[in-house]
Design a protein around this ligand. Structure first.
Ligand SMILES: [Fe+2]
Length: 288
C-alpha cells in the first residue's frame, strides 16, 4: 500500500491546518479542511487562503477528487464551495452531519429551505467506509466527541484526525460544543491510538503549547501514546473525562463560532439572500 504526499497550509488567524493529500503514483489529490477567510467586524469574506491551495494544485497539475471536511468546524468557515467551483472534486463529511444540522438548524431557526439530511454534500461517510484518491485507498473512522460528526480519514500511513488529538504537548480537543461529549472523545481517541505506531498524525489545529516557539502540524501515534499530556498511555477514561470537563468550563467560545456553524452546516454555503438580495448571518442572543 502506498503512502500519500501531504502538503500543509496554515491559517494563523484561526490556527487551522488545511491539507492537500496526493497520490504519489498519479496526479490525483484530496483537499482537507479548507479555510475561507472572514473579517467578522466587516462581515467580509476573502479567498486568499483558498487561492494558495488552488495555486498549489494548478502548479503541480493535480486533479482534485475530493474536498473533505473532518467535521463541522466552529472556528473557521469552509472554502469548499469556492474550491469545488474552481477545481471540481466531490465534497464529503461524516454521515452524522445530520445530527449537527438538526442541532444548529434549530439554534439558528433556519427555514424549511435548510435540508437536515446532509444532501448539501456529495458523500456522507460512515465508520469503515473507503474511498480512493487515485491509487490510494482512504478509510474512515468515526471519531465523535468534539462533535457528533467528527471523522478521521486514514490514507496509507497518514491519519487526518480533525479535532480529536492536538500535538502531544497541547493535548486534545474540547468537548463542550452542542453534541460534544468527553467520554465519547476518549473512546474515539483510543481508535486513533490503535493505528500502527508509525502512523503519521496530521492535526487540524495547533496553538503552540507554552514553551514551544514553532507551530507544528504532524506527530505520530507512538508519540501521542507516549506523551500526549491528556491521553498518554495510563490515563484512565475517568481521569480524562474529569480533566476535559473541568478544562472546558474555563474556555471561551471560539471567535468565529457563530458565523462558522451557520455556514459550515450548509457545507460552506451562505444562507439564502433575504428579499432585498442581501445575505445575512445571525447572532442568537444569550443562547450559547
Ligand atoms: Fe473543530
Amino acid at each position: 500500500m502506498s503512502n500519500p504526499i501531504v502538503q500543509q497550509f496554515f491559517d494563523e488567524p484561526t490556527n487551522t491546518f488545511s491539507y492537500v493529500v496526493r497520490d504519489p503514483e498519479s496526479q490525483s489529490c484530496a483537499i482537507l479542511d479548507s479555510v475561507l477567510d472572514f473579517d467578522y467586524a466587516a462581515g467580509r469574506t476573502d479567498v486568499r487562503s483558498a487561492d494558495q491551495i488552488i495555486e498549489y494544485v494548478r502548479s503541480n497539475d493535480l486533479t482534485v477528487e475530493w474536498i473533505l471536511e473532518t467535521h463541522v468546524h466552529a472556528d473557521h468557515l469552509s472554502a469548499a464551495p469556492y474550491l469545488h467551483e474552481m477545481l471540481g472534486g466531490k465534497t464529503g463529511i461524516g454521515a452524522h452531519i445530520c445530527d449537527v444540522q438538526e442541532i444548529f438548524g434549530k439554534a439558528f431557526n433556519a427555514g424549511t429551505e435548510f435540508e437536515r439530511d446532509g444532501s448539501q454534500f456529495d458523500r456522507l461517510f460512515r465508520e469503515e467506509d473507503t474511498f480512493n484518491i487515485g491509487g490510494l485507498e482512504g478509510r474512515v473512522l468515526h471519531t465523535p466527541g468534539h462533535t457528533p460528526a467528527c471523522l478521521t480519514y486514514v490514507v496509507g500511513d497518514a491519519a487526518f484526525v480533525g479535532d480529536t488529538l492536538f500535538m502531544p504537548d497541547y493535548g486534545t480537543a474540547r468537548c463542550d460544543f452542542p453534541g460534544g461529549d468527553a467520554r465519547t472523545l476518549f473512546q474515539s481517541i483510543q481508535k486513533v491510538l490503535a493505528l500502527p505506531p508509525e502512523t503519521r498524525i496530521f492535526l487540524c489545529h495547533d496553538y503552540k503549547a507554552p514553551g514551544r516557539d514553532e507551530y507544528a502540524f504532524m506527530t505520530t501515534v507512538a508519540e501521542q501514546r507516549a506523551s500526549n499530556v491528556h491521553v498518554h498511555e495510563g490515563v484512565s477514561e475517568e481521569d480524562f473525562v474529569k480533566m476535559r470537563t473541568e478544562r472546558d468550563a474555563t474556555l471561551d467560545m471560539p471567535r468565529l463560532i457563530l458565523p462558522s456553524v451557520q455556514v459550515n452546516m450548509r457545507a460552506g454555503h451562505m444562507p439564502p439572500a433575504e428579499d432585498n438580495g442581501q445575505v445575512y448571518l445571525k447572532v442568537p442572543i444569550n443562547l450559547f
